[in-house]
Design a protein around this ligand. Structure first.
Ligand code: NAI
Length: 292
């Protein structure tokens, strides 16, 4: 029987979440996703209008099927956590059950147990500010959306995962090396995510028999990354892409599909004894201190 997958953080075809869906669909998995309510409408419209059709073609020529799209706001653990102003917000109008616990319940109702859980989301409202200028609220919001969301997803989805299942998230090297421009406490949030990957690997490994890993991905011009900062001539992400292209051991472009295929490997039974790791998928950039 094919594996059932839930990927949290897919809203267009440019990001890492989409590429991971595609790689897993190519491997025969059933794909479901969780999409942030504010971008759910546009995602559904774009899918229906055929905007992503070309990006949906699988290796065998068929079109990727996203079986279900669940509204998901990963800053809310239960329905009680959703404040009144969010419920009243028109971007959330008509939606219910978008907290992590409720989505896990819905997925369980639809599929029973699942095999693979992917966390491909991040948000830092003050990402454009240096850490020194980041407010407490901005810092905590970054941690809430980008790190605690993984802890909560594993805690709510763990009980509905088959033993032997696997969890994966996406991180960035700014957690361990200074990357100016990746502000607002996002560097701190990624450091927490990587540390939590190890602790969750231990706890969820013991409790549910699942693996928990993270991929430290190289720069990609996704929607989220493009929003980091515009810059004078080049945006933050363009500078990062050019820097890696010029300095990484492998002198080639990094595609979202490179991360997709590495993710599919890491999530496969071939990697059943690998847990708690941060795997670099960055053309080797992390290993370089200086180039000549
Ligand atoms: P993306 O824009 O495709 O994905 C981010 C997603 O997070 C979006 O769909 C957004 O709607 C969703 N999101 C934001 N707040 C949310 C919330 N509260 N609840 C649910 N969903 C929420 O962009 P990308 O870059 O592919 O990001 C995916 C992951 O990859 C993130 O963890 C990011 O930090 C990581 N990453 C990205 C790199 C890059 O250069 N693009 C490099 C290394 C890691």
């Amino acid at each position: 029987k094919g594996k059932t997958v839930f990927v949290a953080g897919v809203a267009d075809s440019t990001g890492y979440g989409w590429a991971i869906c595609k790689a897993l669909a190519n491997a025969g998995a059933t794909i479901t996703v969780g999409t942030w309510p504010p971008v759910l409408g546009i995602f559904q419209k774009s899918l229906a209008s055929g905007k992503f059709d070309e990006d949906m073609i699988l290796n065998d020529g068929s079109k990727m099927v996203i079986e279900k799209i669940y509204p998901l706001d990963a800053v809310f653990d239960t329905s009680d956590d959703v404040p009144a102003d969010v419920l009243a917000n028109k971007r959330y109008a008509g939606l219910d059950g978008f907290s992590i616990e409720e989505v896990a319940k819905k997925v369980e109702g639809d599929y029973g147990k699942i095999d693979i859980l992917v966390h491909s989301l991040a948000n830092g409202p003050e990402v454009q500010k240096p850490l020194l200028e980041t407010s407490r609220a901005g810092y905590l919001a970054a941690a809430s959306a980008s790190s605690y969301s993984l802890v909560s997803l594993v805690s709510k989805f763990g009980p509905i995962m088959n033993p032997g299942g696997s969890v994966l998230s996406l991180t960035y090297i700014a957690s361990e090396k200074v990357i100016p421009g990746y502000g607002g406490g996002m560097s701190s949030a990624k450091a927490a995510l990587e540390s939590d990957t190890r602790v969750l690997a231990y706890e969820a490994g013991r409790k549910y028999g699942i693996t928990v890993n993270t991929i430290s991905a190289g720069p990609l011009k996704s929607r989220a990354a493009s929003a980091i900062s515009k810059g004078e001539k080049k945006s933050f992400i363009e500078v990062g892409i050019d820097y890696c292209r010029a300095n990484a051991p492998l002198e080639k472009d990094l595609y979202s599909d490179d991360v997709g295929s590495a993710a599919a490997c890491l999530l496969s039974p071939f990697f059943g004894a690998v847990t708690g790791v941060t795997l670099y998928v960055d053309n080797g950039m992390h290993a370089v201190g200086m180039v000549q």
